[in-house]
Design a protein around this ligand. Sequence first.
Ligand code: G6P
Ligand code: ZN
Length: 543
Amino acid sequence: MPVRELPTKPYHDQKSGTAGLRKKVAVFQQPHYLENYLQSIFDCVPELKGSTLVIGGDGRYHNRDAIQTAASLAAANGVARIIIGQGGLLSTPAASNLIRIRKAAGGLLLTASHNPAGPDGDFGIKFNVAGGGQASESLTSRLYEHSKTIQRYRVLEGAAIDIDRRGEQMLGDSTVEIIDCVDDYAQLMQQLFDFDRLRDWLKRGARLRFDAMHAVTGPYAQRIFVDMLGAANGSVMNAVPLEDFGGGHPDPNLIHARHLAELAFEEDAPDLIAASDGDGDRNMILGRGLFISPGDSLAMLAANLHLLPGYRDGVKGIARSMPTCRAADQVAKGLKVPLFETPTGWKFFCNLLDAGEATICGEESFGTSSAHAREKDGLWAVLAWANVMAASGKSVREIADAHWSRYGRHYFARHDYEELTASQAEAVMQAAAGEMASLAGKHFADWTVSLADDFSYRDKTDGSIASGQGLRIVCGDDARVVLRLSGTGTKGATLRVYLERYAHEAGSLHWKTSDAVAPLAAAIDRLARIAELTGRRAPDVIT
Ligand code: G6P
Ligand code: ZN
């Protein structure tokens, strides 16, 4: 099979967002679009030559075609070994794990996460580096710059691989290895969690319901929960990955997984109800009659992590993204370990994990994970909750109540204004930014502002600085509002408003979240003139 070098013309929109390059399928289907981006990766990451590359995706429409293209370019660019999940499937955390254990020089993760799939939906590609983490900002900007000048790419003529047949095949001079997508991941989970105890817990009648939302976690959840742990058949819903995710929106939150929230309030609700997203990195946790917010989930897992076999040595540090509520800060204080506050985007945790400074990390956008991978991990979070329940003998409600009475409770809500024009979104940010300098010491709703700024972060390991990461109005420990623009949308601009209120008196632990944060919502609307500048009377989505 000869290597051919083909001429191409650059596209000018191959700029990564918060998590890789994400566009409509039709954009990726333009001639040479994917090839250009892939060649930019091979050109900017020369260490891929002669090394191992992991390739897998969330199974969405265009995944299989894109994998053929990726394998052909990888072989033509001298990658020695290409590891691909059977059927083209690999969850994002499983891919991160494979990059680590197979000492790969990188991985191509074909996913647009929870964004809808199908011919009219989204597609995406994310490059992860050696060690399993996402490419740094500086690498993604180099890729972008390169993609704007690219003139040619290399392919292996007539390349075709059978991605459904396990085992090795040759592709030019490269070895392609098709592997079971679950095996290595399941093995890792067995090292971290007490599978005997979990089996016993389920045998004694604990009930679990996991919704794979017709996306990539189906085979993982079926194998781990049902086959290995003996959960009842039917514990895993929508377990078969479909190219259009069954027409759904696999984003596990109270809007897109409302049916699970309803299930939690049924009389005979399962003990633990959970879901993951399109590519398996997000998670949602519910107990009987109770939704656990991601910020609470991080704090509660951090407080109980020592109960789990993989974490017997305890927690070294906790990291959360800036907009994530500060529940974890209270736990860090209690455990006397450092708390790290990073910009939105999982990649900012990776240096802390590599340095052994953080053991557990989490984000308000339904992401939680630990040092076992360099991506967030949906099934990990579900197993961690199940293991805490099995080890402590407590229900989700009991774990939450005990936590809140010890550490206090952070009421948290995120209000999203979607599909704004870029100028509407900018106008709101500017209106708020204009107020920041004079806010400290002033009243904001029922509180007094202690700090108002635009968040920036300096990475201790590489010295890089990320600025402009969100406007924050902090009222001591009691309340906080954050404003930022989403970096993951593919349509228009999305304004995110994060509202947080802390309460620790005995009578204040069971308020309704929307009531608790209402004064903050009203105050930020006045300050940033949200309704006036966007023409929206209310947010489109509240999570
Ligand atoms: C992805 C990233 C997360 C990030 C989230 C929200 O899921 O992996 O790390 O928190 O997007 O990003 P956004 O920019 O849309 O708020
Ligand atoms: Zn995802």
